[in-house]
Design a protein around this ligand. Structure first.
Ligand code: AMP
Ligand code: MG
Length: 419
């Protein structure tokens, strides 16, 4: 373990770690899980590509029309003026014209249909006057080769169409199908085991006793993990007993590439997560200069990466999105990407003390002038989960920010960045 990091763990009064430092260390430490599997195209939706895909074909594989109209020879347009051509056949998508277009001739053609031999240019039907088997048009307005899609214009045979690390979204499934690929190699799903810790936690479906609360983190975590495209192993609620936490750690490390816990990472008497991680694995640091979400354990447990998230529900979600999600994205083989951060006008004043960076919950909306405006969801306590539900973005306030006046410009991270 890096000495500076070890110091920071040993001494809780040590200077807090900035978000950028924390994230950089996390991304540096987590491995890419490179195991691969072969899947049919549809099953590969939202998975991460594990190979370079080279097209075996030209796309399109033949020259075809971009319009409904008439295929002609541009040579017939020489000198401009009114022109009349004779219709000798038709070319429909999937039903080509078999003959050749000679001088003074044309072929009726539809979008996507093969350009007939001899023809090199397409007239849109709107610019043509049709009279039985002849068409008339203004030859001065026709450009050579217009409205023709050439073979290989989209993709050439032998060309790489997708690189490893690409997420297979709908466009990629379509693109792969367009080059005739029906099966694809992707990284296997990341296995994530998670559990909640806390003697106060009751499961939904039971009646709360005095002092109990429902375990909400396991549900929010499940949702965030499913959206992140990983395989979830829900290990339930673990009571605040050292031996129970040890057992849960053992079970989690055996099945998972990544282990997540919530709760028990503060310095309270019943907070065993950090201790146990120190004892059974390796811990890197645990105090972040952020709000909410200051306590965060990060390390390893057996072969698994470990995150101990804070117990407060908003803190758990914020730290998941800011640290765990980028780690998951790297571990599952995704190409790196920048967070989606935009600027918006603060629709109200925002309270903030200098010291720690804050992730306030905001509601981003279009103004009538076409810009973006963000308003606060109100109460910002790390236990106020309804603020996450009302919000559609984080308002990002730097550590040294000392409050925002109405009308100032602030940075905002839309929740759509986490999909
Ligand atoms: P802890 O980090 O264990 O000290 O917990 C901090 C706060 O978060 C306490 O108020 C806990 O009751 C609450 N909390 C911990 N775990 C959960 C959970 N799984 N669901 C909802 N609240 C939780
Ligand atoms: Mg607790």
């Amino acid at each position: 373990m890096n000495e500076a990091i070890a110091d920071c763990c040993a001494d809780p009064s040590h200077k807090l770690l900035s978000i950028e430092q924390g994230l950089a260390r996390i991304l540096d430490a987590v491995p890419i899980i490179r195991d691969r599997e072969q899947l049919p195209l549809r099953s590969a939706l939202d998975r991460v590509l594990a190979e370079t895909v080279v097209s075996a074909v030209d796309v399109p594989s033949f020259a075809n029309s971009a319009m409904d109209g008439y295929a002609i020879r541009h040579a017939d347009c020489a000198d401009g003026g009114d022109r009349t051509l004779t219709l000798v056949g038709e070319s429909f998508a999937g039903r080509p014209f078999e003959g050749e277009v000679g001088a003074g001739q044309c072929v009726r053609i539809m979008t996507g249909a093969v350009m007939p031999a001899g023809a090199d240019t397409v007239l849109m039907q709107e610019v043509v006057e049709r009279d039985g088997d002849t068409i008339r048009f203004d030859a001065g307005k026709v450009k050579a080769g217009q409205h023709v899609r050439h073979a290989g214009e989209d993709t050439r045979a032998g060309q790489a169409v997708l690189e490893p690390g690409k997420i297979l979204r709908p466009a990629e499934l379509g693109l792969l199908a367009s080059v005739g690929v029906g099966e694809i190699r992707v990284f296997r799903r990341l296995r994530v085991a998670f559990f909640s810790t806390g003697d106060e936690l009751a499961s939904v479906g039971t009646v709360l006793k005095t002092g109990q609360i429902y375990d909400s983190n396991r549900y929010a975590l499940y949702g965030m993990l499913r959206k992140a495209g990983v395989e979830c192993h829900d290990l339930g609620v673990i009571p605040d007993r050292r031996e129970a936490v040890r057992d849960a750690f053992r079970e989690a490390a055996a099945v998972a590439d990544l282990v997540l816990t919530s709760g028990g990472v503060s310095v309270g008497e019943a907070d065993f997560v950090t201790d146990t991680l120190q004892e059974m694995g390796e811990i890197n640091f645990w105090r972040m200069a952020m709000k909410p979400g200051k306590p965060l354990a990060f390390g390893s447990l057996g072969g698994a990466v470990f995150f101990g998230l804070p117990g407060n529900p908003v803190s758990a979600m914020v730290t998941f999105y800011q640290f765990v999600l980028p780690a998951i994205r790297k571990m599952r083989g995704e190409q790196a990407r920048d967070p989606l951060v935009i600027e918006a006008r603060a629709a109200n004043a925002l309270k903030k003390a200098p010291g720690r960076a804050e992730f306030q919950r905001g509601i981003l909306a279009r103004t009538s002038g076409g810009g973006w405006e963000v308003s606060t969801t109100g109460l910002q306590g790390s236990h106020v989960l309804s603020s996450m539900s009302r919000a559609n973005c984080f308002i990002l306030l730097d550590a040294d920010n000392a409050g925002v006046a109405e009308g100032e410009t602030v940075k905002v991270q839309p929740f759509s960045d986490f999909l």
